[in-house]
Design a protein around this ligand. Structure first.
Ligand code: SF4
Length: 408
């Protein structure tokens, strides 16, 4: 094949660019939790807050030529434990972001907080810096479970953190986990009931999974049986529905109008810049969709001189990449969105959609294509149908594309 032909097969045609978000990674934690496979590092001594914020802004500057003329629809400061940074550092970060890239009016700005690192004054400081949404890593309201998970906070500290966050913010999320070591169905029900009644408009509930490169992987704790975890999942969904939460993504539940706009942008295959150690992003151009990624180790990231390099996503991989995100949404997606975000015709997915329908994994009406209950339960099998060249399994590699869904 000639070079010109090769280039053509590497290109797509996007009629409009998607919304643009910003993800900022703060990679330090007080202590590494034994189940955590995020890019988080136990802090030792004073954090280099000032130098790191300067590096983040330098990193952002390197991306600017790729996004000239665009506005940010949301910012998500995740980690690690971003609430370890002082309100003054978050203020410097957000002022620096605004000076370099305009934000849409009313843009959602989320900061992740660990209950062991916050009190009322700190929340007010984050609010004054411009943060308008807080995501609290509670995980459980049971001290026995928190100890089993190696968390640095107690259940009462989590309750106090929720109350303090709600005093300063309307928009607060609680992260909760179920299927924990030694957890019974009654204990999981008690946890989700307390979360549903906590007064926050958003709850994210994740089943604990044992990931490679974690302390739990080397020494697995005894976990509830598969059936018991499935019952817990059902209890989570029912309890939150009874309390008026809409289940809109596999693990995300929101009161009407309070869905996380930043995460929705990932799931709708929008664009996002990623800055900070190990952060990665996705940027579209009229003729291509690209990804970028930074060094994982904080020390290496701080020394990195060059701006992130963009890698073009091969058009053949775009259907899978799109589905990896969009099929997490309970309501699925409108077929036009596929073309808008990938620059490909829906013909590219027709065969796989048909096969998924035959297997009872997808359903569709005139407006949307959505995973059935079976499709939600067997998401990996469903996704495999969209891999380039067919149905070869590729494991559950969906963590990378949805890295902002955090448990902190
Ligand atoms: S789970 Fe959260 S708090 Fe625990 S190590 Fe990972 S990022 Fe840090």
């Amino acid at each position: 094949m000639k070079t010109a032909e090769l280039e053509r097969t590497d290109r797509v045609r996007l009629k409009a660019l998607p919304p643009l978000a910003l993800y900022v990674h703060i990679p330090w934690c007080v202590r590494k939790c034994p189940y955590c496979d995020f890019n988080s590092h136990e802090r030792s001594g004073e954090l280099p807050e000032k130098a790191y914020v300067e590096k983040l802004l330098h990193d952002l500057e390197g991306h600017l030529p790729s996004v000239w003329g665009r506005r940010l629809t949301s910012v998500f400061i995740g980690g690690g434990t971003p609430s370890l940074f002082s309100p003054a550092s978050i203020d410097a970060l957000l002022s620096g972001v605004r000076a370099r890239l305009p934000l849409e009016p009313g843009a959602e700005i989320t900061l992740e907080a660990n209950p062991g690192t916050v009190e009322a004054g700190r929340f007010r400081g984050f609010r004054d810096a411009g943060v308008n949404r807080i995501s609290i890593g509670v995980q459980s309201f049971d001290d026995r479970m928190l100890t089993a998970l190696g968390r640095i906070h107690s259940a009462d500290e989590a309750r106090r953190a929720i109350a303090a966050a709600l005093a300063a913010f309307d928009n607060v999320n609680i992260d909760l986990m179920y299927g924990l070591p030694g957890q019974s169905a009654d204990m999981a029900r008690a946890d989700i009931t307390e979360a549903a009644n906590a007064g926050t408009p958003h709850v994210s509930a994740y089943q604990l999974t044992i990931e490679p490169n974690t302390a739990f992987w080397s020494k697995p704790p005894p976990l509830p049986e598969h059936d018991e975890s499935a019952d817990m999942q059902l209890a989570v969904e029912n309890r939150l529905a009874e309390s008026g939460f809409e289940h809109y993504e596999i693990s995300a539940f929101a009161k009407p109008g309070m869905r996380c706009r930043h995460n929705l942008n990932y799931w709708e295959f929008g664009d996002y810049l990623g800055i900070g150690a190990g952060a990665h992003g996705k940027i579209s151009f009229p003729d291509r969709v690209t990804r970028h990624e930074r060094a994982k180790q904080p020390a290496m990231y701080m020394q990195e001189a060059a701006a992130a390099e963009n890698r073009i996503i091969a058009p053949a991989e775009l259907p899978f990449e799109f589905m990896l995100n969009a099929l997490r949404l309970v309501e699925g997606f409108a077929p036009e969105l596929f073309s808008e975000r990938t620059g490909l015709s829906v013909i590219a997915i027709q065969q796989a959609v048909g096969e998924a329908e035959r297997q009872g994994l997808l359903g569709r009406d005139l407006k949307r294509i959505r995973p059935t209950e079976r499709g939600q339960r067997f998401l990996n099998e469903l996704l495999a149908l969209f891999l380039p060249g067919g149905t070869a399994a590729r494991g559950s590699g969906d963590r990378g594309a949805v890295h902002a869904i955090r448990i902190s």
